[in-house]
Write a protein that binds this ligand. Structure first.
Ligand code: GUN
Length: 287
């Protein structure tokens, strides 16, 4: 029997409904939640992601400020823009879309954002809080995945989870969130030796490689009744694909996410949620 689809569109909508109510509540207190986005250069995928984020903000009553910057901007110019957003009381959340053009330093950029406006959870302060189990603003894709587990009442306690990603945006925050739920977590990457064996023994696999020429998670690599969360999205043979083929994986898994329509919508929904959290945090500080 085929497994159950973890439908990101449905779960994201339930988050958005809650965010919309919270935004209305903030407005009654005179707070008009606002997200500023910074898009540098002309990466078409990044432009699409930012456009989708703006559209979602509009749906739930969050104002957006759109900063589109030239691909050749210097680090100093970018820092000045971030500093201005940090001190602008009408802006509650700041998102600098990644990846950045080569001349810009990702750490210098993201760590310049005020921690209370850091809706990506990427500043050292917010990462530190996450490690200490005191997180307030957490990276959107990892918190979206945790929301998916919650929605389906999937218990993580004692489960063996294999993560195939070690990035600041996905693998590292997820490691801590899963550990907090008492999962046993193994973080794999391009140098991991026995990836197939590790996957075969996992109760849950969360994969985010995003390059089918390098890696495909096949049904042979998962155990019967396992759970597969596919975070990747890339173009392969004219199609948008994840790291796995959902139609095949779901025949063997107990739960799996499709691509598209899985983790992607959750990332956007959690950004909205973080913006509302940031708006209340900011207003507490202003008072
Ligand atoms: N690029 C891909 N995913 C993300 C994300 O969650 N946040 C930012 N800022 N950039 C991204």
């Amino acid at each position: 029997m085929a497994g159950i689809k973890i439908d990101g569109k449905i779960i994201a909508q339930s988050v958005k409904d809650r965010v919309k109510k919270a935004a209305e509540e903030l407005k009654t207190q005179g707070i008009d939640p606002c997200l500023a986005t910074v898009l540098i250069g002309d990466n078409p995928a990044s432009a699409t992601y930012v456009k989708n984020k703006h559209k979602a903000c509009q749906e739930v009553g969050i104002i957006t400020k759109d900063h589109k910057l030239d691909a050749n901007i210097t680090q100093l110019e970018l820092t000045n823009i971030i500093d201005n957003l940090n001190t602008d009381n009408s802006v509650h959340g700041i998102l600098v879309q990644l990846p950045l053009p080569e001349q810009l330093d990702e750490f210098a950029t993201t760590s310049r954002i005020s921690p209370v406006k850091d809706v990506d959870g990427l500043t050292p302060y917010n990462v530190g809080l996450l490690v200490m189990k005191k997180a307030v603003l957490v990276a959107c894709t990892p918190s979206g995945i945790m929301e998916m587990f919650d929605y389906h009442k999937i218990s993580l306690e004692g489960e063996n989870v294999v993560l195939i990603n070690r990035s600041n945006l996905v693998g590292k925050p997820l490691y801590h969130l899963l550990l907090e739920k008492n999962a046993t977590v193994i973080t794999c990457h391009s140098k991991t030796k026995n990836l197939t064996e590790l996957c075969q023994s996992a109760d849950i696999i969360i994969t985010a490689v995003g390059d089918r020429n390098r890696f495909t998670l096949t049904p042979e690599m998962i155990k019967k009744g396992g759970i597969v969360i596919d975070v990747a999205i890339s173009r392969f043979q004219e199609k948008l694909v994840g790291d796995s083929d959902y139609d095949q994986i779901i025949q063997k898994a107990s739960f799996a996410t499709p691509v598209p329509g899985g983790v992607g919508p959750m990332t956007v929904a959690m950004l909205l949620k973080n913006t509302i959290t940031a708006a209340s945090l900011n207003s507490q500080i202003e008072r």
